[in-house]
Design a protein around this ligand. Sequence first.
Ligand code: PEP
Length: 253
Amino acid sequence: MRKQIAAANWKMNLTLQQGETLIDELLSTPHELTENQLAIFAVPFPYLISIKNKLAGKKNVFVAAQNCNNKKSGAYTGEVSAEMLKSIGIQYVVLGHSERREYFSESNAMLAEKVNICFENGMVPVFCCGEPLAIREVDTQNSYVETQLKESLFHLTAEQLTGFIIAYEPIWAIGTGKTATSGQAQEMHAHIRSVLAAQYGNTVADSISILYGGSVKASNAKEIFGKPDVDGGLVGGASLIAAEFAAIINGLK
Ligand code: PEP
């Protein structure tokens, strides 16, 4: 049975103290993770160790990096390598968020390298994909997302993709308050799974957790996550409010 996941993306928000307070508040807000559910906190690089230590011993709870560099090491001032993340015990890395694609020119080819280097270091990527508004308006989102998957993931083996995590995040719904309907989410998630099944077979496709991202909040999480191909969410704004994120965790199947 594939994992159901609530992933928080703090982006470039909060001081360390604010982040620690948020975790304290969340831990004291009723929420429950069953055996098959995970909570992942993608926090800024400088907080990874502190937040990881704070969450130590909490079952099914992990921290994630929000990015890593595609190169192994070297003269890349200001960058963080996969090996560095591994050395501090990080298990998950968010890759290809639309903000990184847009503001830092991350291409599908570069993301394929990032995915590889994460695997080389034993970490699982949370691979983001999703179309801009202009693509949705002309109804070509399926082929757009398919190309993102093919160019960044389809060199991987079935073994690597088994239990993988993909986040479908329509760009027009990120941070805009405009959520895709649960029907639109399900439609794209089913498409993504069928593209994966065509390449790797049903067993692999059915093992992959496909999260929805785009203005998920306490009030809409349960309905969106209730769709058969939606396996949880990648959450920006609402993950910065303890009560909201606790309710989102409780909305997991
Ligand atoms: C995100 O950052 O991945 C995201 C989906 O943001 P928001 O929930 O704020 O739309």
